[in-house]
Design a protein around this ligand. Structure first.
Ligand code: C2O
Ligand code: CU
Ligand code: CU
Length: 541
């Protein structure tokens, strides 16, 4: 079933990451790794310590090709081909990968809001796949979810109208239960939707010059350069994590800035790792956008956390002419269990993300607008009903967070190995409202033209990024408190921290289809593959 040529090599061994974690942060990669110098690219506990070993040459940041499509029968048409390829992340090493129109990742599709589009997706990876338009509002049969399988050699051609505001969306494989593996190998890319309201703002928008997409993905590698997709217990539990950061597929990237402001469009494209971003010199930046659009006002901050699937747009000021190192910091976790989980996972790894080098001659970008777009606060009184979604992990159970006595504890009746399905084939465990994903079961039915409140509850021991297809929602509150300023925009993925109850306001509009469901799921891809996913249909009134 899986494309063998490009498949990441499984390993019975632990990935190197764990070996180092056990050694308390000392960088020992094992002889094989040291021989080929791979260890030099790996993350470090604290970049300021310079613990990553001898300096290696940074590489220019890869910028995905931009595609504007061609007009065909009144439809803006894009041709995509899923392929197997070979990437060169490290000098002298071949890494078998998957890509779209290339060896790794895919082109950035640029679409004007209001356009009617057709995307021809041809699958040539030697295995079944899908391509899902994450964040786009469209009919369920165009969604590219697990029901729109494209068999090897076939072409799937969804058509839809882009009825959204300017934002960065993305596309990726949704081939349950191999989503995690296929995305890990490279089946993902970006979508820029542009509109007039945003184009009139004085914001950087020269693609690849001052409007820069950054796809953040941590990856693990075997000594021969092949990707290591670990299906061992820990990776399935916590999600697959690596100790090398790829940014648009580049290891240790730098970017030469020709302007005094940069707009960075960030996607956390990792399978499971949260990334908390900031600059090494402590400089603040402005967040201007969320998953589904711009914010009303720029929000000044020095740190930004993105969970898998989430996006943000930020403006970085380079007016002082000094280099700026974008890096990651430890993501704050709450409670003792959270800290324990982090230690277990070696989750204190932090990474250099992008070295920004301002050129001596820089174009002046002009002042950042104080007002961005019109966005009314969400009004919960228009909701016609409330639904609850309770996220659980079988192995470590719920029950830690004030759950009921019927929940399985850490060493519950099914034991530590109690549950997990997904690639390894074990059963049970990752559930929403006590149910694992079943392709043949519709979990929720909503009516088109109505609004609802969805309350997501997390009694498990890890934070989960909850993603809903078709809608851009608004966050009402977290445990009753209003969302942070950087979350007050359109969202399609929301972090639900341990012990949290997050309420969302959703509008279901335009498309009804009683026979084809949309998905909602945890965007830790190994959790999704293991069953933490459900289906809803939107029906006519
Ligand atoms: Cu980004 Cu259901 O996916
Ligand atoms: Cu999606
Ligand atoms: Cu999860």
């Amino acid at each position: 079933m899986e494309g063998r040529r490009a498949a990441a090599r499984d390993s019975d061994r632990d990935p190197v990451i764990s070996r180092r974690t056990v050694l308390g942060g000392v960088l020992i990669g094992g002889a094989g790794l040291a021989d080929i110098g791979l260890w030099r690219y790996r993350s470090r506990r604290d970049p300021s310590l310079g613990a990553a070993g001898p300096a290696t040459e940074p590489q220019p940041l890869a910028i995905p090709e931009i595609m504007d499509g061609v007009l065909h029968d009144g439809l803006r048409t894009y041709d995509l081909e899923l392929r197997t390829g070979v990437s060169h992340f490290f000098p002298g090493l071949d890494t078998p990968t998957l890509g779209i129109n290339g060896d790794y990742l895919g082109p950035t599709l640029r679409i004007q809001a209001g356009s009617d589009v057709r995307i021809n997706v041809t699958n040539r990876i030697g295995a079944a796949s899908t391509l899902h338009w994450h964040g786009l509002h469209l009919p369920a049969r165009m969604d590219g979810g697990p029901h729109q399988v494209i068999r090897d050699g076939e072409t799937w051609s969804p058509e839809f109208t882009v009825k959204q505001r300017a934002a960065m969306f993305w596309y990726h494989s949704h081939m349950v239960p191999h989503t995690g593996r296929q995305v890990y190998q490279g089946l993902a890319g970006l979508i820029y939707v542009e509109d007039d309201e945003t184009s009139q703002l004085n914001l950087p928008r020269d693609y690849g010059i001052d409007d820069i997409p950054l796809v953040l993905q941590d990856r693990a590698f075997n000594g021969d350069g092949s990707l290591l997709y670990d299906t061992g217990m820990r990776s399935r539990m916590m999600g697959m994590r690596g100790d090398v950061m790829l940014v648009n597929g580049t290891v240790r990237p730098y970017f030469a800035a020709q302007t005094d402001k940069l707009r960075l469009r960030l996607l956390n494209g990792s399978n499971s790792r949260f990334h908390t971003l900031g600059f090494a010199d402590g400089r603040a930046f402005f967040q201007i956008g969320t998953d589904g659009g711009l914010l009303r006002h720029p929000v000044e901050t020095a740190r930004l956390t993105l969970a898998p699937g989430e996006r943000a747009q930020i403006i970085v000021n380079l007016g002082d002419g000094r280099p700026a190192q974008l890096r990651t910091y430890q993501t704050p976790v709450s409670g003792q269990m959270g800290q324990m989980m982090r230690r277990m996972m070696g989750d204190d790894l932090v990474f250099d993300v992008l070295q920004i080098r301002p050129e001596a001659q820089r174009r002046i970008s002009g002042p950042l607008p104080q007002k961005l777009i019109a966005l009314v606060p969400p009004d919960p009184t228009r909701a016609v009903r409330m639904r609850r979604f309770v996220l659980r992990m079988g192995m470590m159970g719920g029950g830690m967070m004030g759950g009921t006595g019927s929940e399985r504890g850490m060493m519950g009746s099914r034991g530590m190995m109690g549950g997990m399905r997904g690639e390894g084939g074990m059963r049970g465990g990752f559930t929403i409202n006590g149910k694992e994903m079943d392709m043949n079961r519709v979990d929720e039915t909503v009516k088109v033209g109505t609004s609802e409140i969805w309350q997501i509850e997390n009694p498990s021991m890890m934070a989960h990024p909850f993603h809903i297809h078709d809608v851009q929602f608004r966050i009402l509150d977290r445990n009753g408190a209003p969302p942070a300023p950087g979350e007050r925009g359109l969202k399609d993925t929301v972090v639900v921290n341990v012990g949290e109850r997050v309420r969302l306001l959703l509008d279901f509009v335009d498309y009804a289809d009683p026979d084809r469901p949309y998905m909602y799921h945890c965007h830790i891809l190994e959790h999704e593959d293991a069953g933490m996913m459900g289906q809803f249909v939107v029906t006519a009134r």
